[in-house]
Design a protein around this ligand. Structure first.
Ligand SMILES: N[C@H](CCC[C@H](N)C(=O)O)C(=O)O
Length: 293
């Protein structure tokens, strides 16, 4: 393919990620390419993490994040771990400083192969998330779906991890809620002018919870790293948990530590599946012949 860019299909505990190598190129991965790659079952993804040349001194790369509907995302914790694993394999480095549209982000690969990403500081102001109306306390906002007198989901905590998140606390098994039905309504609720990632969370101990996420621009996913961060922060803010939490998502476990310096550290694995090359304008792609299935 002329002008093709290398990519790796990877995942972060089942969050389907394409790491695209756009270094040395001026163009972005187009929304049309994202839609085409997502339409093919072999390359279906939740996020594309496009690695570009650095724009800012002191950073190694600029990472552009696209959702599977072609929209842009400001943060993707699971995808950043995939980026780190791909770059660590290529360069032998283990510590990286990246830039995204949301700012500077540090990450490192540990001896055991797990990867920690510093997701920065959470933000709680209603205008920062953003919400459509003023709430002075975003630990719990008025929002509900279902019958007025017996809402199915209500009173979420809202947090920005660079991207907007709403966490609905539930007592029952997270699988007993029809997130595929409520997710789209809540993602697009007028309360969220930039839409939102929607998570239901069941706290199982002061340092653990089970979560399921409907992602803005991607739908149901097996895991969402920034949602794990948002849920852990919201858990600590509402005194449901401490500041170090293990989160079980459908695809596996992640740990989040909300450090005393206010930074949120997400740790978990990343997995390579296969490599190929693609046209960043159209999404036409081919698998590398030497790449395993
Ligand atoms: N899967 C990602 C989050 C993608 C966020 C995206 N859906 C949005 O904010 O639009 C993660 O691991 O953090």
């Amino acid at each position: 393919m002329a002008g093709a860019a290398p990519f790796a299909k990877m995942n972060g505990i089942g969050n389907e990620i394409i790491v695209a190598d756009m270094r040395g190129r001026a163009e972005r991965v187009s929304a049309a390419a994202a839609l085409a790659l997502n339409a093919d079952p072999a390359t279906r993804f939740d996020q594309i993490m496009a690695i570009h040349d650095a724009r800012t001194p002191g950073t190694a790369y600029f990472v552009d994040i696209l959702n599977s509907d072609g929209s842009s995302a400001q943060a993707c914790g699971n995808g950043m771990r995939c980026v780190v694993q791909a770059l660590a394999a290529e360069t032998g480095e283990t510590v990286f400083t990246f830039e995204t549209v949301a700012g500077i982000l540090n990450a490192k690969q540990h001896q055991d192969g797990s990867i920690s990403v510093d997701m920065g500081m959470p933000r709680f102001g209603w205008q920062e998330i953003p919400l459509a109306e003023e709430f002075r306390d975003t630990r719990m906002i008025e929002l509900q779906i279902g019958p007025i007198d017996a809402p199915v989901l209500h009173s979420p905590s809202v947090v920005s991890m660079g991207n907007p998140h709403a966490i609905f606390w539930v007592d029952r098994d997270v699988w007993s809620y029809e997130l595929e039905r409520f997710g789209p309504m809540l993602e697009n609720h007028p309360m969220f002018p930039e839409r939102a990632n929607i998570t239901i969370a069941q706290v199982t101990s002061p340092d653990s919870m089970i979560i399921r996420t409907w992602e803005r621009g991607a739908g149901l996913t097996r895991a969402c790293g920034s949602a794990a961060c948002a849920a852990a922060v919201a858990g600590a803010r509402t005194k449901r948990t401490g500041r170090s939490v293990e989160l079980t998502a459908p695809g596996g476990k992640l740990t989040v530590e909300w450090r005393d310096d206010d930074h949120v550290i997400l740790t978990g694995p990343a997995e390579w599946e296969f490599s190929g090359s693609f046209d960043p304008a159209t999404g036409t792609w081919a698998r590398d012949t030497e790449s395993a299935a």
